[in-house]
Ligand binder design. Structure first.
Ligand code: SF4
Length: 245
């Protein structure tokens, strides 16, 4: 990222809202123009995935940050756009109005705006359907199953950061980073190496920051804001391992 000093647009892979609190604060303080990228097929089950996605959407609305997520295989949509902040926060009928304007003309279930990677604003059943189609559960499970820690996490990091790097490159961002860098529970060294490899593979820039000193502060701010805070890392294996403690 240091290479791209003139391009301050940063695609920030976000694992969850609580981990993003201090990362966003810190990166905004550095002057970056942030877009949150929720790409986490590791999160199990789907109800948990949706809960984390919705919590992040509310956080992005409060922070006025664009939020992008996979909404159908290979296609991404904007779940929150800064231009909609007032309407979103005031709870007006934006969602319903937008939903009805995206009825697919060809009947294949993909709104034109989504297939062109433009702004979409989905809610309720429509969001549920598109989020489910973009979830990526089968690919993640078939790649991670049978691999014990830490090999499983290596696949998990690579899956998420490769897609982030690819999207950053293809959409003209100055670079990418991840909120995973804040967690003292992640394998930080492996995470950093994986992110560097992804940057190299997709010829984009990694903004590396060791946010770990900010973790406790972020967690207590998230708690004070009554944010939903999950009890396990994300995958079904981590949920099981947490239950055994
Ligand atoms: S424990 Fe966390 S990082 Fe490791 S595979 Fe599961 S979700 Fe991914």
């Amino acid at each position: 990222m240091e290479k791209n000093k003139n391009n301050k647009s940063l695609l920030l892979h976000v694992c969850c809202a609580p981990c993003s609190v201090m990362c966003v604060q810190s990166l905004k303080d550095e002057g970056f123009d942030l877009t949150a990228f929720f790409f986490n097929p590791n999160i199990h089950p789907f109800s948990e995935y949706k809960k984390r996605m919705e919590t992040l959407r509310a956080f992005c609305a409060a922070e006025n940050i664009k939020l992008i997520a996979p909404l159908k295989d290979g296609l991404f949509g904007v779940l929150f756009s800064p231009q909609d902040q007032d309407e979103f926060l005031s709870g007006k009928t934006l969602n319903e109005r937008r939903d009805s304007s995206y009825s697919p003309p060809d009947g294949n279930g993909v709104p034109d705006s989504l297939s062109q990677n433009k702004n979409v604003f989905l809610s309720g059943k429509t969001l549920n359907r598109f989020a489910a189609e973009g979830y990526g559960l089968y690919n993640f499970l078939s790649a991670a199953a049978g691999r014990p820690y830490p090999a499983r996490c290596a696949v998990c990091y690579e899956t998420r950061l490769d897609e982030t790097a690819r999207f950053a490159k293809e959409n003209g961002y100055g670079g990418f980073s991840t909120t995973l860098f804040i967690s003292p529970y992640q394998n930080h060294g492996l995470l950093k190496t994986t992110a560097e490899t992804a940057a190299e593979r997709y010829q984009t820039a990694l903004l590396y920051r060791d946010f770990r000193a900010l973790f406790r502060e972020g967690q207590s701010r998230a708690k004070a804001a009554e944010m939903y805070m999950q009890k396990y890392c994300g995958c079904i294996f981590s949920e099981y391992e947490n239950a055994k403690k």
